[in-house]
Design a protein around this ligand. Structure first.
Ligand SMILES: [Zn+2]
Length: 258
């Protein structure tokens, strides 16, 4: 989940070279021209990042007891700065559903009705009207004891979009609500948060996995998120990362061990 006030730090591709335009006093170029130029940025077909610092060499799969299902707002779905997609790279069982208010995903409804799974909606417990549904991480442990697969349903969008998804999806109403309790501050640098306490989607998932006992999966996702963050930010500065970061080295050594 992202804050409403999250804005792209740079809302265009580095290769356009148009970002500092207002400082020169020249009028902004027409949108059509911007798009045409922006499309010239070479992106990796595998990870959709600018090819200058590609994420693919650091992709590492992990195993987890818990699963993640993303309910992604349609406007968030294709943004290259979206971090939800990183979760599926690490955990192949991750399900991604696009949220439409009037047309619930049939496959999601079927999965919610499947008794093998114990789904939790991850959402803050800051409103009184659903206080009775709020549970803690101990409820996740209980489901594991009963042999069910805990599922974290993470709403993927801005805060405003997530509140809308939460309020306008009747099929979520009967599910337990799991607020994420953490002191962690966001490390996400591609959009500007209004508050450092607001984590992005991949960070929320990493934190949930770690807290519920899938420690390795949480660590891998955390490292993969850091590499994504650093790689993308460097590409925006036109900078090629020559020296591997600590997270890059850890992921590489996991690949070597696999
Ligand atoms: Zn790539």
């Amino acid at each position: 989940m992202l804050d409403d006030a999250f804005t792209e730090v740079i809302d265009r591709d580095p290769a356009t070279g148009l970002s500092s335009d207002p400082a020169t006093g020249h009028p902004r170029p027409p949108r059509r021209e911007f798009k045409a130029r922006g499309s010239l940025v070479r992106r990796c077909a595998g990870c959709n990042l600018p090819a200058l610092n590609c994420l693919c060499p650091y992709r590492v799969g992990a195993e987890s007891t818990a699963r993640v299902w993303l309910l992604t707002h349609p406007l968030e779905h294709h943004k290259p700065t979206n971090t939800g997609r990183l979760i599926r790279d690490v955990l192949p069982d991750t399900e991604v559903f696009t949220w439409y208010r009037t047309a619930p995903d049939e496959r999601l409804l079927a999965l919610l009705a499947d008794s093998r799974y114990a789904p939790f909606v991850v959402f803050p417990d800051d409103q009184p009207d659903y206080a009775e549904s709020v549970v803690g991480m101990d409820a996740v442990a209980v489901e594991k004891v009963h042999g069910r697969i805990p599922v974290f349903i993470i709403l993927d969008g801005t805060w405003r979009q997530c509140r809308r998804i939460f309020r306008k999806s009747p099929y979520l109403d009967s599910l337990p609500v799991l607020p994420l309790a953490t002191e962690r501050l966001t490390r996400y640098r591609l959009r500007k948060p209004a508050s450092a306490a607001h984590l992005c989607t991949a960070e929320v998932a990493a934190e949930l996995l770690t807290q519920s006992g899938d420690v390795t999966a949480g660590e891998v996702l955390d490292d993969y998120f850091d590499v994504f963050n650093d790689s993308y930010a460097a590409s925006r500065r036109f900078e090629k990362l020559e020296t591997p970061t600590a997270a890059m080295r850890r992921l590489r050594s996991r690949q070597a061990d696999a």
